[in-house]
Write a protein that binds this ligand. Structure first.
Ligand code: FAD
Length: 287
């Protein structure tokens, strides 16, 4: 797309809570630069097992106080109901009205005996205690969640989240647009009618993308992997190729009817901003 097109969809940028003062300062700058593109909201992840509870909270609070819409990610993460209730109450007091509700994963080193609470249970819990006070986002997996026995089961559990009260969903990242469109078809047949926003992961480093994709079950198509491999340490070529690939993916998704996109920014400005600017879109509907 060469001219600036009006975008009526929704788009959002995801951050993780920084661990250091330097990271916190950098994120402030990242946030301000990304804010110039008028996102509908920022979101802030929640570490496995609740490991970033305080950092997520302080990051969310700061983004909110800077005047932006922000959605904390949340899971039970080993906490009891009272602790989750307290955190949600604190978010409500901060004027937060959107939550990304997740099961999450176990932190490494924790045995399989530890109890994970399914996202559908968290959605039901929030609905029970807070009614419609929060817009509830959930995760979904066009290429199936790695723990799922099969796609049918995966969809069945996704539907449970929707039936429990989820208002919209954000996908795991993927590089195969057909997987997303096929997933939309399957969800429609099941009567799932909430918007499903495409999760977009910019490509900047092959080794870390491979590691991450192995963990979360996202496929790197062979032609992409082979090309990234061929670039080796030539990071500039990796980035340029990644930008082309992900821009094309976003164009295909939007042309095919995706209601919007959620960018996994990895707290970096340039990869996300380059894709956004390449698309030449002008967001007109910030929340
Ligand atoms: P669920 O929807 O509960 O599903 C987890 C698994 O259990 C799936 O295989 C599902 O099919 C199965 N399942 C669900 N219900 C049942 C049931 N009743 N019986 C049997 N099986 C069932 N991780 C983090 O740690 N922090 C984050 O901030 C974070 N943010 C994310 C944001 C997005 C948009 C996405 C897509 C993922 C995010 N993740 C995050 C990763 C996510 O936590 C993992 O993928 C996790 O393994 C599953 O979380 P979920 O909410 O999808 O779980």
């Amino acid at each position: 797309m060469t001219t600036e097109a009006v975008f009526n969809g929704r788009f959002s940028f995801e951050f993780f809570p920084p661990k250091t003062d330097k990271g916190t300062e950098k994120l402030r700058q990242v946030r301000e630069q990304l804010a110039t593109r008028n996102p509908d909201f920022f979101s802030v992840t929640y570490g496995a097992g609740g490991s970033t509870r305080d950092k997520t909270f302080s990051t969310v609070k700061e983004v909110k106080q800077a005047g932006y819409q922000v959605a904390p990610h949340l899971s039970f993460g080993g906490d009891d109901s009272d602790a989750v209730l307290e955190l949600l109450t604190q978010y409500q007091q901060q004027g937060i009205n959107r939550i990304v509700a997740l099961r999450g994963d176990l932190p490494s080193g924790v045995g399989p005996q530890a109890h994970l609470v399914y996202a559908s249970e968290l959605v039901a819990f929030i609905k029970k205690h807070f009614g419609d006070a929060f817009h509830l986002e959930v995760a979904c997996y066009p290429e199936s969640h790695p723990d799922s026995a099969n796609m049918d089961k995966d969809l069945e559990y996704f539907k449970q989240k929707v039936d429990a009260g989820a208002d919209s969903a954000i996908t795991q990242y993927f590089y195969n647009a057909d997987a997303y469109f096929y997933y939309l078809e399957r969800t429609q047949k099941l009567g799932i009618d909430i918007p499903i926003y495409a999760g977009i992961m910019p490509i900047t480093n092959f080794a870390s993308l491979q590691r991450f994709s192995n963990m979360c079950g996202a496929e790197i198509p062979r032609w992409i992997g082979k090309q990234l491999e061929a670039y080796g340490d030539d990071l500039e070529s990796v980035k340029a190729f990644g930008l082309d690939v992900v821009t094309d993916l976003c164009e295909t998704l939007l042309e095919g009817g995706a209601p919007g996109m959620h960018f996994y920014t990895m707290n970096q400005v340039e990869p996300t901003l380059s894709i956004w600017d390449n698309l030449g879109l002008n967001n007109v509907t910030p929340a």
